[in-house]
Design a protein around this ligand. Sequence first.
Ligand SMILES: Nc1ncnc2c1ncn2[C@@H]1O[C@H](COP(=O)(O)OP(=O)(O)OP(=O)(O)O)[C@@H](O)[C@H]1O
Ligand SMILES: [Mg+2]
Length: 300
Amino acid sequence: MSNTQSNFGLPLVDAARGDVVGRQREIELVVAALGSARHILLEGPPGTGKSTLLRAVAKHAGTELIFVEGNAELTPARLAGHFDPAQVLAQGYTPDVFIDGPLVHALRTGGLLYVEEINRVPEETLNLLVTVMSEREITVPRLGRIEADPGFRLIAAMNPFDAVGTARIAGAIYDRVNRLSVDYQSEADELAIVLREAGDSPLAERAVRCVRATREHNDIRIGSSVRGAIDLTLLAQQLAELRRIAAPDDRCGLDAAYAALSGRIRLQESCGRTAEDVVKEIWRASDPAASGDEDQSGKA
Ligand SMILES: Nc1ncnc2c1ncn2[C@@H]1O[C@H](COP(=O)(O)OP(=O)(O)OP(=O)(O)O)[C@@H](O)[C@H]1O
Ligand SMILES: [Mg+2]
């Protein structure tokens, strides 16, 4: 195929791996799909590295990654672009008063259009994307036909927890993309990510254990991503400095855990507990010295 591009090959996989912890298979699949001029849907919980992976692939492919946040306000005009009303009054509807939206920009320049939270995008706008995916061109009223540069690809992302309250995306989209499910990282990869983002810290392992525990806890509907472990580790280190102690202690860790995790977890509505209470339980249980003992330290 003429639009299969040779810069989507093994050297790209190897280069992208340098910027991403683990995820070799996912990188290979993304590169394979882009190399075959196919579109992609990444489906996975928040913080699982979807954006990180795409940023790395785009950077090393020398392609622009054009971010679009999917939400109810993403109208076709916002996605494609619009005529500047003031200039239209002076000049009329001429092509140079058209302000390219992210879609037209990606089509013209052969960039990767990355639509996050695609399941929040209104139907009308999704229809525009369906057209682009099948025809590789769009027609904008008063502007005319815009053909996709051969480099253009659509990459969509969505979060499975979001399926409640938002419409599932249409079958027409699913039939035009290759779906890659991206699940939580392994414990070893999460630790490597935290060490990379927060520096070497004595609390990094414990922070990772805590966020992993939030995903298994009976009172929690949605647990924390690795972002919670990164923040817990960073906050505890800063607290230790502010409190003039050499290394973060249990108290710094607990305070950091409250701040880093209580807003990130979603409790089961029926559990009748506060987020702080659940975070404290998880923090205590993650102490390697506690070895499964219940909260023996009493009230903090
Ligand atoms: N595999 C990874 N390699 C390196 N860093 C990672 C990896 N996974 C996650 N991270 C780090 O975790 C954080 C969240 O990752 P990222 O933003 O890529 O997740 P996401 O899947 O795009 O999340 P969302 O669905 O919320 O947009 C970032 O700080 C990122 O650096
Ligand atoms: Mg993201």
